[in-house]
Unconditional design. Sequence first.
Length: 265
Amino acid sequence: MFTVIDLVQPQTLEEAYNILVSRKNNTVLGGCAFLKMGSKRIGTAIELSKLDLNYIKETEGYIEVGASTTLRDIETSSLLKNYFSGVLVRAVGDIIGIQFRNVVNIGATVFSKYGFSDVITALLALDTEVELYKGGRMSLEEFLQRPYERDILTRIFIKKNARKAVYNCFRNSSTDYPILNLTVSKLENQWKIVVGARPATARIALEASELISKGQLNEALIEEVAQKAVEELNFGSNMRGSAEYRRAICKVLIKRTLMEVVSCK
Ligand SMILES: Cc1cc2nc3c(=O)[nH]c(=O)nc-3n(C[C@H](O)[C@H](O)[C@H](O)COP(=O)(O)OP(=O)(O)OC[C@H]3O[C@@H](n4cnc5c(N)ncnc54)[C@H](O)[C@@H]3O)c2cc1C
């Protein structure tokens, strides 16, 4: 369990950011589920509830999600149910349980770049951008590749388009961390294959995605694409599975998920 010396609820993002960077052990709080697992000694804990960052809304070109939005809000959002074949709703559904999803935040989830994250894997297969208070707005892909810098993730923007997407994962049991997760999406002829929990953070399989985007879909191509993805991505071992095991699962999940995307309405 973490300890906190002082707790603040800033009225503005500027105030929150200034407190965050004023001392090394000052820390932004999300839903605290992950923080609770550690023993961090927090100087000033910065709680964001006064900043109105708990919302999901539709703007002209984007679906905008505030950083304090919980995974349960995402799961029950009628807006998100109707976009991208409901992929975000499906991707959060395996994470522990409803009480847990009622607390954990999307901002904390994305900012932390957890390797096992189901949410990041799904968001990366869409056309997603993140906004950091200091770092500004950038694609999720760029954010994931940047080195860690202290900042506050404020909002997530998902481009509204007709992208179809399917998320799948492989777990030892329903509430465990995933051994591998995967999202495949398609916008017209453009495919994106994203693999997470390798166990490293989700990455787009760029060559495999390009191969399928240029080819004529048939069984041989699907086989080739799955093979290409496991060759271009790095897989590692941990207590949940070896790199070899993950590679084998990945091939099967890619083939299965590609076929599911094809049958998406
Ligand atoms: C036991 C357990 C099992 C889990 N299993 C899964 C799983 O199977 N699949 C999955 O996808 N996820 C899983 N998660 C992760 C979970 O879904 C959340 O992503 C995670 O708990 C972080 O959310 P939080 O609200 O608890 O963040 P917190 O614990 O509050 O914060 C986590 C970190 O994010 C920082 N932070 C918080 N908000 C912001 C912000 N707006 N800007 C910048 N930094 C911020 C905090 O300072 C802290 O360093 C699991 C977590 C736990 C604890």
